[in-house]
Design a protein around this ligand. Sequence first.
Ligand code: GAR
Length: 217
Amino acid sequence: MKRRVAILISGRGSNMAALIDAAKLADFPAEIVTVISNRADAGGLEKAAASGIPTTVIESKPFGKDRAGFEAVLQRALDEKNVELICLGGFMRLFTAEFVKRWYGKMLNIHPSLLPSFPGLDPHGQALATGVKISGATVHFVIPETDAGPIVMQGAVAVADGDTAETLAQRILGIEHRIYPAALRLLASGKVRLEGDVCRISGQAAPDGTLIWPLQD
Ligand code: GAR
């Protein structure tokens, strides 16, 4: 039985689209049963609808600081679709500790940095300002702290001297679209287990691939 997944978005939804595409594969262990946006103007809504995925808008703005009120409506929408797993894809709204606890181990987020480096806003600018030579993206379980939690998968890219926040973001986005479906596949097929604050993956191949940067001629 495929695991039932909701994707929560606030914007363009390119990670959402990557997850939807991956889930079209017959052997993918999860199906996307709904896309929920907290903004009516999220570009991802049209993309989801074009793929035949039911969408729901629950505007968060009218709730103001009443996070629990927003989450009560959200939880109802998730219950209606018998959602088992949640993927946040650029969902820009913080949750209460209660909601996070309710979904602990079942809610993934993606962030465009190698966490725990550069959580929060403008991770690409943070990476450039710090001068790191390698950055990337992280899929992790959601905990109450923003952009933190047990790490399921990471992908890395080299950072060039000439990079801008835009060029770096573009390269990292390519990695995001690869690792998010891969991480969801692992979770939905029961290969991910939590040991305290650390996430372990069963059936791992021997590590290969080394990224050393900058390389000299
Ligand atoms: C993605 O780069 C995602 O990693 C980031 O927002 C973007 C959403 O793009 N998420 C965060 O920064 C979370 N703190 P998308 O709507 O095209 O998937």
